[in-house]
Design a binder for this molecule. Structure first.
Ligand SMILES: [Cu+2]
Length: 181
């Protein structure tokens, strides 16, 4: 075979390959250590960073979830706003919010610095729970009850905006959480 011939299976002759230079080895070592640091940061920051909600997940049939929300509304309803029930649950309780094309049901009235377990689920398609003006974003998926421990830390009226396109009325899908001192 001629020495001119090169292909993927026949390595070219000559001294085309040299051992890695000391500098190169040093950088490979640094890059490898950095990969390990980043890898370790993922679980570490999940626990210490506090920005990833560690949820409590379970499967639920949409009709069962709707029945549960209705029971919650019947138990703790304190008023109504434009046809939406306003619900004031006791401190520390499980609270329920239902997403449905194209509304968030009901309106929640919470107390500042009190912990609740917020349950979220959808009756129809995927929705996105987005809390304004604070930056909280959670997927709301039909068939799953996704619960998380929340403690409102500022009083006022918060808006729930759907951030997952869910049809023609998507932009009107705005809910409300009232936080009192
Ligand atoms: Cu939606």
């Amino acid at each position: 075979m001629s020495s001119e011939f090169h292909s993927a299976v026949v390595s070219p002759t000559g001294t085309w390959w040299k051992p890695a230079h000391k500098q190169e080895k040093r950088w490979i070592t640094i890059a490898f250590i950095w990969c390990l640091v980043l890898f370790a940061m993922m679980p570490f920051w999940h626990i210490r960073g506090g920005q990833n909600p560690t949820g409590i997940r379970s499967r639920v049939k949409p009709t069962d979830y709707m029945a549960r929300v209705q029971r919650f509304v019947n138990d703790y309803k304190v008023g109504e706003e434009k046809g939406f029930a306003v619900v004031e649950p006791p401190a520390g309780s499980d609270i329920y919010l239902m997403a449905q094309m194209w509304r968030w049901w009901p309106i929640l009235k919470l107390k500042k610095n009190v912990e609740y377990t917020l349950h979220l689920s959808s009756l129809d398609v995927n929705h996105g729970f987005s809390l304004f003006p604070v930056n909280v974003n959670i997927q709301v998926v039909p068939g799953y009850d996704y619960a998380l421990k929340i403690t409102p830390n500022q009083a006022g009226e918060l808006r729930i905006i759907c951030n997952e396109f869910c049809g023609i009325g998507h932009h009107t899908m705005i809910g409300k959480i009232i936080v009192e001192e």
